[in-house]
Design a protein around this ligand. Sequence first.
Ligand SMILES: CC(C)(COP(=O)(O)OP(=O)(O)OC[C@H]1O[C@@H](n2cnc3c(N)ncnc32)[C@H](O)[C@@H]1OP(=O)(O)O)[C@@H](O)C(=O)NCCC(=O)NCCS
Length: 219
Amino acid sequence: MDVRDPEPLGGHPGWPSRLGPLRTPAGEVALRPVRLGDARAWSAIRIRDEQYLTPWEPTPYGGWARRNSAVEWPGRWYLLRAAARRGSTLPYAITVDGRLAGHVMVGNVVREPLLSGYVGYWCDSRLSGKGVTTAAVALVVDHCFRAVRLHRLEATVRPENVASLRVLAKLGFRHEGVLLRYLDVDGAWRDHHSYAITAEELPAGGLAGRLVRQGRASH
Ligand SMILES: CC(C)(COP(=O)(O)OP(=O)(O)OC[C@H]1O[C@@H](n2cnc3c(N)ncnc32)[C@H](O)[C@@H]1OP(=O)(O)O)[C@@H](O)C(=O)NCCC(=O)NCCS
């Protein structure tokens, strides 16, 4: 029989927390809660990477520049912090050698009986293809299946997003189906593939441990 400790009522275990580091070809990848002081670095990356990010992110009504300006960040950060304190999200900044490099967020966290959430991420284009996001998602999945005590994580990706599909494949997310007209991205309702992983699929040593064994990252 599977005897688990009871779920802490109203709790949000595992938050706030710092995860990593994992060494990748780009540098040392670590996760920490997003900060009010991230405004300028966050905005600088997002404004520079508009072309890189817009095909995959929710349509920025009001305009990309406005929605990603440094003055926009405090309001966003405040909402994220409030949701994180309630336990419905885990909003992490990805840092590489201590500098902001992107975000990996667990959203829509639902506790008993589902114990589930979704994972979303983006990364600075200057660091692309060096394993940063794969390492970051591995750290967050391991944490969610351990300290946060979730059971299922899902990720949804446009079929055209080869880089993101590759991240999920490297980590062992399973394809579950196609969600038609799922999300308003880049100005239209776009189909997405749905991927998931459950706690039973976590290898010994976690996803981060497997990346290390595969030579994709090191401690
Ligand atoms: C998707 C994204 C987060 C990946 O970040 P990243 O740090 O470059 O990811 P990783 O380096 O860990 O892995 C990317 C993999 O995709 C591969 N890849 C990237 N572009 C590719 C392309 N055009 N064709 C084929 N493979 C590609 C890389 O080679 C790498 O695989 P490998 O390790 O087998 O070589 C980043 O591209 C991004 O921020 N994109 C825009 C936002 C976005 O798509 N977010 C996710 C929405 S679901």
